[in-house]
Design a protein around this ligand. Structure first.
Ligand code: GDP
Length: 191
C-alpha cells in the first residue's frame, strides 16, 4: 500500500531506531533523461507525467511503504538535481544514504556506461552497507533494447547490487523495486 507522499526537508539521519517503522535516505543516480524523475513520480503519486519535474534542490519527496510483516519503511528520496556537476556537494548527497538507485535506459548503451561510473562513485563515497539497486528503465521500449538483461544482471552481481528492469510509463516493476530495497534494509535491534 502506498500513501502519504509529500515534500520534506533536508535530514541527514539514516534510519529511525524503531524496528517497525524504518526510515531510509535513498539517493537516485543516473544519466539525465533515463527516467529518474518519472520513476519517483510513479512511485509517490502513482502517475506517469513526463512534463512534471520532481527534481528539487534542497528538499526531497517522501513515501511510506507498508510491508507484509507490518513494518513500514519511509523513503526519503533525493534526486540529484544536477548536483553531480558540483563535486563538492557529493559527500553531502551521499551522507547517511542507506540505499541508492542507479538508473539507466535499456535503449541507451551510453546510459549503461554512465551507470557504471555512478556505481564507482557510490563505492567511493557511500556507506559500505548501502543497499544498491541497478535499474534498467524504459522496459516498455524492448523493441529498441540495446543493453541485454544478462549483461546488466552480471554487472550487478559483481558489484553486490540487485538488478531489476522497470517502466515508469507502464508502472511495471516500480513498486517491486522499492519493495526489494525495503526488504533488504537492515532491521535495527530494539534496545
Ligand atoms: P531524468 O532526467 O532521469 O529525471 O528523466 P525523466 O524522468 O525526466 O524522463 C526523461 C524522459 O524519458 C521523459 O521524456 C519521459 O517521458 C521518458 N520516460 C521516463 N520513463 C520512461 C519509461 O519507463 N518508458 C518510456 N517509454 N519513457 C520514459
Amino acid at each position: 500500500a502506498n500513501n502519504a507522499g509529500g515534500v520534506g526537508n533536508i535530514n541527514n539521519e539514516n534510519s529511525a531506531t524503531d524496528p517497525k517503522n524504518l526510515r531510509v535516505k535513498l539517493v537516485l543516480l543516473g544519466d539525465s533523461g533515463v527516467g529518474k524523475s518519472c520513476i519517483v513520480l510513479r512511485f509517490v503519486r502513482g502517475q506517469f507525467d513526463p512534463t512534471s519535474k520532481v527534481t528539487v534542490g534542497a528538499s526531497f519527496l517522501s513515501q511510506t511503504l507498508a510491508l507484509e510483516d507490518s513494518t513500514t519503511v519511509k523513503f526519503e528520496i533525493w534526486d540529484t538535481a544536477g548536483q553531480e556537476r558540483y563535486a563538492a556537494l557529493a559527500p553531502l548527497y551521499y551522507r547517511g544514504a542507506g540505499a541508492a538507485i542507479v538508473v539507466y535506459d535499456i535503449t541507451s548503451p551510453e546510459s549503461f556506461n554512465k551507470a557504471q561510473y555512478w556505481v564507482k562513485e557510490l563505492q567511493k563515497h557511500g556507506s559500505p552497507d548501502m543497499i544498491m539497486a541497478l535499474v534498467g528503465n524504459k522496459a516498455d521500449l524492448n523493441d529498441n533494447r540495446s543493453v541485454s538483461s544478462q549483461d546488466a544482471q552480471e554487472y550487478a552481481e559483481r558489484n553486490s547490487m540487485f538488478f531489476i528492469e522497470t517502466s515508469a510509463k507502464t508502472a511495471d516493476n516500480i513498486n517491486q523495486l522499492f519493495e526489494e530495497i525495503a526488504k533488504r534494509l537492515p532491521r535495527p535491534t530494539p534496545s
